[in-house]
Every structure is written in C-alpha cells, then in structure tokens.
Write a protein that binds this ligand. Structure first.
Ligand code: AHM
Ligand code: MG
Length: 358
C-alpha cells in the first residue's frame, strides 16, 4: 500500500473564511459609507447582501434539481412586460427575491425585469428606504438546457416620497447605485459585488452554505482576446459594428465567446479581459439589454474593476433613463477593447456627418 506524504503544515490549515456579511461591513467602513462596523447603514447593507445571497442559494438549489422536479423548467405561457415569453424559472426566481425581503425590514421596493411596476413593501420603508433592482434569471434561454445563467442586482436609495407609486426617483443615472453585483450559477455558484471600492468575488461552499471570499479587488486586464457578441445579428447592425467585427476577424489574437447569458460572458471578461457587445439593431436601435437592472449594475462593477462601459456614444453610467424598463446598447469590458469599438462608432458618425455636410 502506498502511503502518501502527510500534507505539509502550511497547507493543512483551513483558509481564513471571510464571509460575505463580514466583508460588506468592512468595505462600507473603508469607503466611508459607514462610520463604524456597527453603524446602522453598515448593518443594513450587510443584511441586504445577506438576503441577496440567500436568494442566490435558493435559486442555485432549484436550478441544480430543476430537471428532476415537475414544473420547474419550460414556459409558463405568459408574456412579460418586455414582450418576452416567461419561463417558470424566471417567475420562481422573481418570487424568491421578493420573499427573502418580505418582513425583513430592509428593502421597501423591488423592481425587476419580470414586473411591470415595482413591488412595494411599505412596512419596510422606515428603515433605510432601499430599492433593489434585479434581473432574477439572466440568460433564461440557457435554463432548459442546463447551461449557466445568472442574477443581476443593483441597490439604490429611495429619494422623495414616491406618493404616486411610480418610482420616478429611480430614473437617474448609474452613479446613484450604492452597490451592484451578480450571481453566476455555473459549476459553482459565484457572487461578485461592489459597494464602490473594488470588485470582490465569493464562491458558495455548499457544505457550509456560505459564500466565502475567493478574490478581492479584481482588476480587469486592460486588453483581452475575447470579443463576445451575437454575430447572428450581423446584418441588423449599423456599419460601425460590422466593421469592428471584420477588424477582429482579420487580426490575430482575438477569439469569439458568447454563451447567451450576459452574466457568464461578463464574468469571463472580468477575469480574462476582452469586450462584450449588445449593440442596437435596425429593428431595435436600443438593443436588448435593460439599463436599470442589467447594464447599469454591470457598468458599475466593470468600472470598479478598472474597465469601461459605454452605449457606444456615451459613458453608460451617465445615461439617465426615461422609463423603468428602458433598454440600452451595451459595450463593456477592458478599457482598450471598449475604446476600440467606440473608435469605429465615432469614425462612422464622422463619415456620416461629412457626407451630410458635403
Ligand atoms: P434575459 O434576461 O431575458 O435572459 O435576456 C438577456 C440575455 C442576456 O443574458 C444575453 O446576453 C442576451 O439576452 C442574449 O440575447 P440573444 O439571444 O439575442 O443573443
Ligand atoms: Mg436579463
């Protein structure tokens, strides 16, 4: 019998397990958003992140068994406010986020892709007046075939009284976000978040039922090989985006990766560099992705990691929405790669302007 060497002492110790809630309070104190670890705002936001993590665990558990459970997969037969067919998992995850915040005393409004109007929890309003914006299942087309999906979240604070129940105070730029992040349901469940001082990632340890810190202050490479875009829309794009894709086809060092789930594609780019694009098309000049609960939270995160996010003509964080479910073109990722796409768009607009003048 071969007896293996004892594990060297330096590896035998358990790692220092920093949990999400501990990390959030430390971050808030570091950024000056909370005066001390025990300050109410630190405790509130840490508790909110704890609830988001709970929602993530519930969704991950459901996804892991979805093929074995009756009525977990497939369509409900309904169409949501976006005109898209609703999947059972979309509804399940939407309800999960609502239920973890009911009677929590933490969040007084929730706004999501699956609800035309925000969901109000008036009894929570006296505390913190927080609003959670979220996409419960991003990349729903991947659900039924057991591929990666995600949840995206963004935290804002209610401004004014919102007496008419229209949540118009949410129609402000991405700079109003207190924090943002995503949960990636892949081979492991990963939570990535920022409250304005870097981007940090946690992996769910199923044996502990806790998200454990794995990487702090993630920096996106300034340039990367990946371009991530649905090239099936090629003939729907304006010339600038077509020219950009022709450029990457003709130059060495680029590779295409597109999973159909934004969170997975963005996670790859955050870790390895590159650019994700969902530009406008002829039929849909605003593209597909929603500003308040998809593009703006990811822009917040990627900027915090040293990257760049743009509509093609404007910094994405500066866009002021006109409506809760407004869509926006999105070009996001490594600084140099986003700038390259923007340069194609600017050139195209310059040429168009010159033709009109001439
Ligand atoms: P969803 O939130 O309804 O799933 O839609 C958003 C998803 C993104 O995750 C993904 O990048 C994009 O839609 C894929 O769209 P397409 O199939 O048009 O490429
Ligand atoms: Mg989505």
């Amino acid at each position: 019998m071969v007896v293996s060497d004892p594990i060297p002492a330096e590896y035998s110790l358990d790692r220092d397990c920093t949990t999400l809630s501990r990390h959030v309070v430390q971050q808030l104190v570091k950024t000056g958003k909370a005066a001390s670890l025990l300050a109410p705002e630190a405790q509130d936001i840490s508790a909110i992140m704890g609830r988001i993590a709970l929602a993530g665990k519930l969704v991950a558990r459901r996804l892991s068994k979805a093929g074995l459970v009756e009525n977990a997969l497939g369509f409900t037969g309904d169409v949501n406010v976006q005109g898209e067919s609703v999947k059972r998992m979309d509804l399940y995850a939407n309800e999960v986020f609502i239920s973890v915040f009911k009677q929590s005393g933490l969040v007084c409004r929730l706004a999501s892709e699956e609800m035309e109007d925000p969901y109000y929890i008036p009894e929570n309003c006296p505390i913190g007046r927080y609003t959670l914006l979220y996409d419960p299942i991003d990349g729903s087309s991947n659900v039924d075939i057991n591929l990666n999906v995600g949840s995206i979240f963004s935290l804002r604070q209610q401004e004014g009284e919102d007496l008419d129940g229209k949540a118009t105070d949410l129609l402000q730029s991405g700079h109003k976000q207190l924090g943002a992040g995503y949960i990636l349901y892949g081979p492991s469940t990963i939570l990535v978040y920022s409250v304005g001082d870097g981007v940090h990632s946690f992996i769910l340890d199923p044996s502990l039922g806790e998200f454990i810190l794995t990487e702090e202050s993630i920096q996106i490479p300034p340039h990367g090989p990946v371009y991530s875009v649905n090239e099936g829309n090629f003939w729907q794009w304006e010339d600038s985006i077509r020219d950009y894709t022709r450029y990457v086809h003709r130059h060495e060092g680029y590779t295409a990766r597109y999973s159909g789930a934004l969170v997975g594609d963005i996670h790859r780019i955050l870790m390895q560099g590159g650019v994700f694009l969902y530009p406008g098309t002829r039929q849909k000049p605003e593209g597909k992705l929603r500003l308040l609960y998809e593009s703006a939270p990811l822009a917040f995160l990627i900027e915090q990691a040293g990257g760049r996010a743009s509509t093609g003509t404007q910094r994405l964080m500066d866009v002021i929405p006109q409506a809760l479910h407004q869509r926006t073109p999105l070009i996001i990722g490594s600084q140099e790669d986003v700038e390259l796409v923007e340069s194609f768009i600017q050139d195209h607009h310059r040429r168009q302007g010159a033709e009109q003048d001439g």
